[in-house]
Design a protein around this ligand. Structure first.
Ligand code: RM4
Ligand code: MN
Ligand code: MN
Length: 433
């Protein structure tokens, strides 16, 4: 591949210099404030540097709705260009060293070449994602009426084999997990025999499970509606939990924040899955109505904080089998995807750090003392603390940007990519996500 534009370390350092004086002032002030609460700011910088979140390869392209897609300039046209963009994100925010691939959208000709390309940018591969919710060109049998749960065993076999291929590719790429989300379900009452389709799902999944290497995990992703609008086979966390338990110790339940009905108490679902030793991790995004795939933390920041509150509490309590994988799963329809992903990654770290600010003794006292107001106030004290200087210092010390968005814009990255990557004529193979 020809040399392409990249944001260099010198440029980031130069941009950082402009913001250093005020950052030092704000950081010092916050350190003093936190000291009054017996909190060492350096511990929080370390926490901010520890949280890692995977970027979805499909997130760096412009998404769309079922009505339209408005392509952005300089969009990545293949997996190598997607990795370039993921590399730029990683350089600026430093918390996103992993990329989650979607197959066949990201199918490489050579796994070794892809691995080398990623490594050169400091990236590695997180969970693989299979796709049996679309038909691909040249595919023999259709998924119109289902994949892993289709009435025809030949379709189920094709879908199983696709998942096995994803695992094989993942092995070559150093991935350690496979995520299965199926679009199977019904649009009409009576269309599917609920119990029978779940049986078929378990049969198909157990074949996929058998193919998992010992040090791998499989993530089951539930979703209550869409593309099937009346019923979906893996509709909620209870079904997901049942299946993960039936399949065995390497099966876990993935929580995509957009895959719940409005107002559902997601932090409580998270707590349940932690308690049952089955939390796989997350697809982070935000939503107002359904699977909106909006940017993380853009709608319900307090909900995200409450989720991280459960995660931090479990981490501190050393709950067994607790090793959640953090991934973003967003669709950027009207923003520059790189900017959205950077802002989302920053917001996740913010929630994580804020959750570490919760005075757990005060919270336990309030809970045991039947003092709900004080319990809420304890959470709010953490949630309303502006930890921005901690996040900025954590990035700067890791050679990232104090202000990732401003630095990205100043670099002219998108304009350079628009020149390097003239738009293809044909529509994007990956469809609308
Ligand atoms: C689904 C689900 C999956 C993602 C696809 C593109 O709604 O969230 O995780 O792979 O969208
Ligand atoms: Mn998802
Ligand atoms: Mn989704």
């Amino acid at each position: 591949m020809n040399a392409t534009f990249g944001i260099d370390d010198g440029f980031i350092a130069e941009q950082n210099q402009k913001a250093e004086p005020w950052l030092a002032e704000d950081f010092g002030h916050l350190a003093r404030k936190l000291r009054r609460r017996n909190i060492d700011i350096e511990d929080l910088v370390a926490k901010a540097q520890a949280l890692q979140v995977a970027v979805p390869s499909w997130g760096v392209g412009t998404g769309g709705t079922r009505f339209a897609r408005f392509p952005g300039a300089g969009e990545p046209r293949n997996i190598f260009e997607k990795l370039e963009d993921c590399g730029a994100i990683f350089k600026l925010v430093r918390s996103t060293p992993a990329v989650s691939l979607h197959i066949p959208w990201d199918q490489p000709d050579s796994a070794a070449q892809l691995l080398e390309f990623a490594r050169a940018r400091g990236l590695h591969f997180d969970a693989m994602n299979s796709n049996t919710f679309q038909d691909q060109p040249g595919q023999e049998l259709s998924y119109k009426f289902g994949s892993l749960t289709h009435p025809d065993p030949a379709v189920r076999k094709q879908a199983i084999e696709h998942n096995l291929e994803c695992i094989e590719l993942g092995k070559a790429l150093g991935s350690k997990a496979h995520t299965v989300w199926i679009g199977d379900g019904g649009n009409f009452p009576g269309q599917q025999h609920f119990r029978m389709v779940l049986e078929r799902y378990l049969e198909s999944m157990s074949e996929i499970y058998q193919a998992l290497p010992d040090d791998w995990r499989v993530f089951i992703e539930h979703k209550f509606y869409e593309p099937a609008f009346y019923s979906t086979v893996i509709n909620d966390w209870g079904t997901s939990y049942y299946c993960a338990r039936e399949l065995g110790p390497k099966a876990f339940c993935l929580v995509d924040l957009g895959h719940h009905a409005p107002n559902v108490n997601i932090e409580m679902i998270v707590a349940r899955l932690i308690q049952f030793g089955k939390l796989a991790g997350f697809h982070f995004n935000d939503s107002k109505y359904g699977d909106d795939d909006l940017d993380s933390c853009s709608i319900k920041p307090f909900q995200l904080f409450l989720i991280f509150n459960e995660l931090v509490d479990a981490g501190l309590g050393q709950v067994p089998d607790f090793d959640p994988a953090y991934m973003l799963d967003q669709s950027h329809n009207i923003t520059d995807p790189i900017e959205s992903l950077m802002m989302s990654a920053v917001e996740l770290v913010r929630s994580y750090v804020q959750a570490h600010l919760v005075d757990r003794h005060a919270l336990a006292d309030a809970q045991e003392g039947c003092d709900p107001l004080r319990a809420l106030a304890t959470l709010k004290q953490a949630f309303t603390t502006d930890v921005s200087p901690i996040l900025a210092v954590a990035r700067e010390r890791a050679r990232g940007a104090i202000d990732p968005i401003a630095t990205y814009r100043a670099s002219g990255y998108r304009q350079r990519k628009a020149e390097e990557r003239p738009a293809k004529k044909e529509a994007r193979a990956s469809g609308i996500v």
